[in-house]
Design a protein around this ligand. Structure first.
Ligand code: ACO
Length: 311
């Protein structure tokens, strides 16, 4: 341990200041951040799949253009996040290898199927809504490159959320069949989106240390409860309902509450046994193999440029 480095690190954290890539940092801090940021990056990249599957089926040219832009945004988010993680010393190739090998985590939410067009609305509203709730506090994460990447990501996520809400609003004001489709999508995406915030606080091994390091600012349950409050209000504007009779604001605790969640299902999804895990991983591997020629061409070009510069 570098005693002077540790002291400076502790001071920076105590002042709620930022740690930058060249600063000394404890190995455990580096490791935990690499874990979180790489998982986050993988989630963005895997998260492109469920929505990209619907680009050809979007109901109008306008919806198609919006959905394409959104899926491209997710790719961009993945790339900034891989770059942020690389500043901690792990190469993007290594992170990709781990993902392809099935050794890395990505968000549970992307292992659920997208059955109807209304699901695209529910994903924007609930999944991106949960992402914003979770990520706005991460803009203040103590690690500089992560916090800065989150600022732009959150702006884009806000647009994603609004486009999802708007899809649902249009369906909610449409025919009975369209209203039913919107309600059914909300029914299926509600619980998985609440689980995006991670396990309950008493079963969250990383939270305490991450909060002490000012990476996480709020606990998983705190953020989940805020999110429930947000959607409980918004669902009324849709004239639809949340599939949870236990949602209520507790005046005594000042917190929103929800009904029990199926944490066994969450564990199954994390263990790779969710409804779409196998398909998502297979697609990711295929895409990686299909893209091999691009990586080879880019490497050959970089090589040529380097040789030219050297002569
Ligand atoms: N999906 C998959 N894995 C999860 C999830 C989830 N929804 N929630 C928690 N986990 C994993 C954690 O990664 C951790 O596993 P690990 O120790 O092997 O890394 C384990 O479950 C225990 O959880 P916690 O101790 O609570 O982990 P942590 O403190 O890292 O909190 C959280 C989890 C809230 C997801 C945090 O990592 C985070 O805020 N990450 C950044 C946001 C993010 O990744 N969002 C991705 C989805 S949003 C989107 O891309 C649109």
């Amino acid at each position: 341990v570098d005693a002077a480095g540790q002291q400076l690190f502790d001071e920076l954290i105590a002042q709620d200041s930022r740690i930058e890539p060249r600063d000394w940092m404890p190995e455990a801090y580096r490791k935990s951040l690499t874990r979180q940021i790489s998982q986050h990056a993988h989630s963005e990249i895997i998260g492109m799949q469920p929505e990209a599957n619907w680009i050809t089926r979007a109901p109008s040219l306008k919806r198609k253009a919006i959905l394409m832009a959104k899926v491209q945004d997710e790719a961009g988010h993945g790339l900034y996040l891989y770059s942020a993680a690389e500043t901690l010393g792990t190469a993007r190739d290594k992170m990709t290898e781990d993902l392809i090998a099935g050794k890395a985590r990505y968000s549970s939410i992307f292992n659920y199927p997208v059955l109807t067009w209304a699901d695209i609305g529910a994903i924007g509203w609930l999944v991106d809504g949960a992402a914003i709730c979770n990520q706005v506090p991460l803009c203040r994460a103590s690690y500089g490159p992560y916090g800065r990447a989150m600022v732009r990501i959150c702006k884009e996520e806000s647009f994603h959320q609004r486009q999802g809400f708007e899809i649902l609003l249009e369906l909610a004001n449409g025919t009975q069949a369209q209203r039913d489709m919107a309600q059914d999508a909300i029914n299926r995406w509600y619980a998985p989106s609440l689980m995006m915030f991670g396990p309950p606080d008493d079963d969250s091994p990383n939270s305490k240390q991450s909060m002490a390091w000012n990476i996480k600012r709020f606990s998983n349950d705190e953020l989940r409860s805020r999110f429930v409050g947000m959607i409980a209000e918004q669902v009324r504007a849709l004239g639809l309902t949340l599939p949870d009779p236990d949602v209520r604001f507790n005046e005594d605790t000042g917190r929103w509450e929800h009904g029990p969640l199926d944490w066994e299902e969450f564990k199954e999804v994390l263990a790779g046994r969710g409804p779409c895990n196998a398909q998502r991983m297979e697609r990711r591997r295929e895409a990686h193999e299909d893209g091999a020629w691009v990586r080879e061409a880019a490497a050959a070009y970089a090589d040529k440029q380097a040789r030219r510069a050297a002569t």
